[in-house]
Design a protein around this ligand. Structure first.
Ligand SMILES: [Zn+2]
Length: 119
């Protein structure tokens, strides 16, 4: 099967900093290890965000991407969550210890968060 297409949700802000190699590596890994998706598309739902949020994520520094999970093909919610967790684990394994990867969020906001966070 061909790798999914990359789609960007309307309103998502990408800056040149998102095109640094250690960031594009995230996108390539997300596409490569994606489970079967509706329309064979992987969606970035968040990139740069203002630092208003309480979490210490790397979104404000252009160091993180979120990938939509609601379009994962699965029989039910539990299967979808399993596939998202496997996706996150595969991305993490591929990118290594300089990256944090987590499937989280409620309902349709469920997503795989990947950030570059060298220790
Ligand atoms: Zn995120």
């Amino acid at each position: 099967m061909t790798l999914p297409d990359l789609r960007i949700k309307e309103g998502v802000i990408l800056r040149s900093a998102h095109l640094r190699p250690h960031m594009t590596d995230i996108i390539v890994a997300a596409l490569r290890y994606a489970p079967e998706m509706k329309g064979n598309e992987v969606w970035i739902t968040s990139a740069k965000r203002r630092p208003a949020e309480k979490t210490k994520s790397k979104h404000p520094m252009c160091g993180a991407f979120d990938f939509r999970c609601k379009n994962i093909l699965a029989a039910d919610r539990a299967a979808l969550v399993n596939r998202a967790n496997e996706w996150a684990a595969d991305i993490k394994k591929s990118l290594g210890s300089d990256y944090d990867v987590l499937a989280h969020g409620d309902g349709d906001n469920f997503h795989v968060h990947v950030e570059y966070d060298p220790k």
